[in-house]
Design a binder for this molecule. Structure first.
Ligand SMILES: O=P(O)(O)OC[C@H]1O[C@H](OP(=O)(O)OP(=O)(O)O)[C@H](O)[C@@H]1O
Ligand SMILES: O=c1cc[nH]c(=O)[nH]1
Ligand SMILES: [Mg+2]
Length: 217
């Protein structure tokens, strides 16, 4: 797997990440969602440098200009719920993409820190031979991404796979590396060192789904 760690090079991206991490600013859910969306735009821009391009003549009112435009057939698939604002950010740039949504949540047996990932809902166009962008802001243990990929691959084989995430843990990245095809690319804004005993990224940001959309039962 090729890992693109985008915040390694300092840019305005650092500000968006700081605002979703900071206890004070992250509580403003409108700003939180918009920052995830902005991060999606930045990651989408970086990822776009890796797509396939061909020359196309564009007609202006005064003449013609040959431009290099990407021709990938993109399917943008996001993991509910927290993937939604990231999806919007990516879609702002890849506005011709087809869209897919898949659900994944952690099911905790009562009074138990262990969990299993439940994948229930999947709405998708064909992904066969297409460029699959799999978006989820948090890559903690990596179990959600792997469970989702196991469900998706029953429906076809993409030509390319790009995983787009905001905050990842080293452990989660190692885990997905062992479960996704070798040619997979990971576009990740920033990487933290630790997971706590509940499988949350430390320092991370807390619960991305709850910060974006409120607590759930
Ligand atoms: O790498 P993992 O250990 O699998 O954890 C990451 C998952 O946890 C979060 O979703 P969550 O289960 O909180 O659902 P939500 O988006 O509905 O809040 C996040 O959006 C990922 O899908
Ligand atoms: O750190 C984490 C782990 C899972 N889900 C989150 O939202 N945050
Ligand atoms: Mg959550």
């Amino acid at each position: 797997m090729e890992i693109h760690h985008i915040a390694e090079n300092h840019s305005i991206l650092n500000k968006f990440i700081a605002e979703i991490r900071a206890v004070k600013t992250q509580k403003d859910s409108l700003r939180f969602r918009r920052n995830i969306e902005r991060i999606g735009e930045v990651l989408g821009y970086e990822l776009s440098k890796n797509l396939s391009y061909a020359g196309v003549y564009i007609e202006t009112p005064l003449g013609k200009k040959k431009m290099q435009l990407s021709y990938n057939n993109i399917v943008l698939c996001s993991i509910l719920r927290a993937g939604l604002p990231l999806h919007q950010g990516l879609l702002n740039y890849f506005d011709d993409a087809e869209n897919a949504f898949i659900s994944a949540y952690r099911h905790h047996p009562k009074n138990n820190n262990n969990f299993e990932i439940v994948v229930e809902y999947f709405a998708s166009p064909s992904i066969d031979n297409k460029t699959l962008l799999l978006a989820d802001p948090m890559l903690a243990t990596g179990q959600s991404l792997v469970a989702v990929y196991e469900a998706i691959k029953k429906h076809g084989t993409p030509k390319e796979i790009h995983i787009v995430a905001v905050i990842g843990s080293k452990e989660g990245i190692d885990f997905i590396e062992n479960h996704f095809p070798k040619h997979t690319q990971l576009w990740i804004a920033t990487i933290d060192n630790k997971l706590n005993d509940k499988g949350y990224i430390v320092p991370g940001l807390g619960d991305a789904g709850d910060l974006a959309y409120g607590t759930k039962l």
